[in-house]
Design a binder for this molecule. Structure first.
Ligand code: ZN
Length: 217
């Protein structure tokens, strides 16, 4: 039930011309990449860091611990596991995490910690990017639900909807004034909100089959 229609729906996000993506700053809160199953510190052998929370470092020797690869992006980024994500909060969390694990802060530390910081930073970047863009966030959420959408899968898309997107793109290309641009921007924003609400609703209901993209158009 989660498959086909979901893919089509989410792919729509990739076609929207609006600048909703791309102007996000970095950021994040201190996080918990702490080891899940082996709470012992690799460095001092101490009891190590708590499973959850923001314990990246051993409370005894302060050594950076390896990332917890079993932790999903929503948990890492301190977001509810849902399609609707508070992007401001996501950015803050990203900044916070970067301040903790960025490799620049580990240049004077052991090679092991340098390696761990690289891994943390990569993971945090991937998590942030994935959750920031609605399309990748939706696909990731589906994946967590056990639905994989093959790369390059082409779902039939609502023709009328495609036309609408193309029209907006044309208008954008032809827009001569700031006012005209603003008007298009507001149309696109309204559409995006509508789409976002529909996708959120569909995820909450556990199925995208009945979602009608056009019901509020
Ligand atoms: Zn330690």
């Amino acid at each position: 039930m989660w498959g086909g229609r979901t893919g089509a729906l989410l792919r729509v996000w990739g076609l929207w011309p609006a600048g909703v993506r791309g102007r996000r700053p970095l950021g994040c809160n201190a996080a918990s990449l702490a080891g899940n199953n082996s709470p012992q510190c690799w460095n001092c052998g101490g009891p190590g860091v708590p499973k959850r929370g923001d314990g990246f470092f051993c409370p005894q020797c302060r050594a950076l611990q390896p990332p917890d690869l079993t932790r999903d992006y929503f948990s890492l980024m301190d977001c509810n596991r849902a399609f609707a994500v508070d992007t401001a909060k996501l950015q803050n969390r990203y900044q916070q995490l970067q301040r903790l694990v960025h490799p620049d802060f580990f240049s004077q530390r052991s090679q092991t910690e340098k390696d761990f910081s690289e891994k943390h930073a990569t993971l945090v970047n991937d998590a942030y990017k994935t959750l920031l863009a609605p399309l990748s966030r939706g696909l990731y959420l589906l994946k967590l639900h056990g639905v994989e959408i093959a790369e390059g899968t082409d779902y039939a898309m609502d023709q009328q909807f495609l036309m609408e997107i193309m029209e907006i793109n044309e208008k954008l290309a032809e827009a001569q004034s700031e006012a005209a641009m603003k008007e298009i921007e507001s149309i696109v924003r309204a559409k995006q909100k509508e789409l976002s609400d529909n996708v959120s609703k569909a995820f909450e209901q556990g199925s995208l089959v009945d979602v009608d993209l056009r019901s509020h158009v």
